[in-house]
Design a protein around this ligand. Sequence first.
Ligand code: YXS
Length: 285
Amino acid sequence: MGFEHRCVAHAAPVDSMRSVCWKGPPMSLVLLDAEPPVATLTLNHDEKRNALSCALISELTEALAICREREVRSVVLRARKGVKVWSAGHDISELPKNGRDPLAYNDPLEQAIRAVREHPAPVIAMVEGSVWGGACELVICCDLAIAAPTATFALTPARLGVPYNAAGVLRIMNEVDLSTVKEMFFTGRPISAERALASEVINHLVPAEELESFTYEMAGAITQMSPLSIAVAKEQIRLLSDARPLSPEAFERIQGMRRTVYDSGDYREGIRAFMEKRPPRWTGR
Ligand code: YXS
């Protein structure tokens, strides 16, 4: 069955999809088209460059819950057609400034990444435009990523003075070749779509005019397969790829080093500089 893709016009704010019991606030940061077998989640906060704010992530995780209820068999995660910025990553204004871990287990970004990785159906990131920081990890953690030539990908902790978390570093290392991982973490500079394909950040690079048809053809093909077999394979891959022996002492050491960073003046300077729209002045303390 060829699955003609649904344009954003079919999508609606997430709450309109929720049964009458949903009493949440009006939602529009994520549009959801959840007509099985394929769902489309559209990041819809271009004014803030689809920054992964607590509010947006709440809608994203709610949308995935609706997809699970409706037994959707594949999910396309996209931004609006033609965007210059797919997502600007973690909402910098929401990064904690009071000595709390900025990427702790219950941070909204971590919740979004877990929601995608634990969703029983494959989640396909369809990418145009630039992808930054935690959004880059979100794309990498999607099951498949299909991008247009306008896509770029940047890991940005060093731009902001943020100590990335161990689980996030491991998830990225599991997908991307180590030399590219180091270059992205150490330079903070975007890599091109071509480079992303070569480094396995993305699965396919297709011309912009073919991006939707290519993505929805693959999403449709997945829905023709056994959903139970796919769900088990996806969870097996998640559990086995996360399986790493790490002594408690090694983990404590990582956390201690990270605390030194998020307790530093440089961490606060990175956030302040972004908010003041100026380059940061690093002191190394
Ligand atoms: O000034 P207004 O109110 O209009 O808001 C501006 C920006 O402040 C806002 N915005 C963001 N707000 C919160 N968090 C963000 N990440 C963020 N990015 C943007 O959106 C409005 C339009 O932004 P503007 O004028 O800069 O747009 P532009 O088209 O000129 O430039 C687009 C970008 C993406 C190149 C630029 O906005 C930018 O460099 N954004 C920050 C990208 C970044 O460093 N993201 C990393 C976030 S931290 C994160 O993900 C992890 C914690 S980590 O760093 O560890 O990976």
